[in-house]
Write a protein that binds this ligand. Structure first.
Ligand SMILES: [Zn+2]
Length: 284
């Protein structure tokens, strides 16, 4: 049995163009520009990933929940909710979609690795928490365990399972590519997480080493392959310069071996996964 990756679309989202990308600069000014932006992008997908490996089923990110379109799901003072437009059907939550594929989310998931706890990456937490280990990085949890900060930054702790405390990724894996260490996920060394901070503190990406190619699930470290290649960081992150460094490291990794890069919010990820399309970075 080899490794298999399946993309699960948990609805789509329309955002402001200034959320997608802005030149690096002052974080407050970038966010003010986002809050005053009146334009909309086309819808972009919200993906979770199911990875089937000989050691079990793993999830990378948990997508959004259908509950997010109910009034009062987010605290009223969470301003970001008014600048996005969600589209998610009642059967598009992670749990429903896993069950539809014959996978019991309460039994058949070995572990979930969450790139970061933004609402659209952690919406499926209630579907699996308490049954499977849910991992985030230490630095991410250090920042996002503070409910007010996490909410203002785009997470929704009010919807987390009661007493939610994630497992913490252990930084005792080998160096890989430009990363000096990794977070091992499987014992055979084929699945590991690496640091790609900047979008938020402690954001991680997932490396999956298959026989012929390597997959890199970048979460929100890049919203699309084109933006990655042009080193255009997202528009309202907490540290654009750190985000830029992460993008450079991802590109360096991809210049060292054949890598299929799968962002969480790009429809083309589906085709690219199917075609095993390898990304060749252009020179910066
Ligand atoms: Zn995010």
């Amino acid at each position: 049995m080899s490794i298999n990756i399946r993309i699960i679309e948990t609805g789509s989202i329309r955002v402001r163009p200034s959320l997608i990308t802005q030149p690096p600069g002052n974080v407050l000014l970038r966010r003010l520009k986002f809050l005053s932006d009146r334009q909309w992008t086309d819808p972009i997908p919200i993906y979770a990933f199911l990875i089937t490996h000989p050691e079990g089923n793993f999830l990378f990110d948990l997508g959004e929940t259908p509950k997010c379109i109910q009034k009062g799901y987010f605290p009223w003072w969470q301003v970001g909710q008014y600048c996005v437009s969600m589209d998610i059907k009642p059967d598009q939550g992670l749990g429903s979609q896993l069950r539809a594929q014959g996978i019991d989310p309460e039994v058949d998931i070995r572990a979930a690795i969450v790139s970061h706890l933004h609402s659209d990456h952690a919406g499926g937490l209630p579907d699996i928490y308490g049954k499977a280990d849910v991992f985030v990085s230490q630095s991410h949890w250090d920042a996002f365990q503070k409910p007010f900060y996490a909410t203002m930054e785009g997470a929704n702790p009010s919807a987390w399972p009661e007493g939610f405390a994630p497992s913490i990724l252990k930084p005792d894996g080998p160096a890989i590519g430009p990363w000096k260490f990794s977070y091992p996920i499987t014992k055979d060394g084929k699945i590991l997480a690496v640091d790609t901070p900047g979008h938020v503190p402690g954001h991680v990406s997932l490396i999956i080493i298959d026989d012929d190619v390597t997959y890199l699930l970048v979460g929100d470290a890049a919203y699309s392959l084109e933006l990655l290649d042009k080193e255009m960081v997202d528009g309202i992150n907490s540290d654009p310069y750190v985000a830029l460094e992460s993008q450079k490291m991802i590109k360096e990794f991809c210049s060292q071996r054949p890598v299929v890069v799968l962002p969480s919010h790009e429809y083309d990820s589906v085709r690219r996964l199917e075609a095993k399309e390898v990304y060749q970075p252009s020179k910066p």
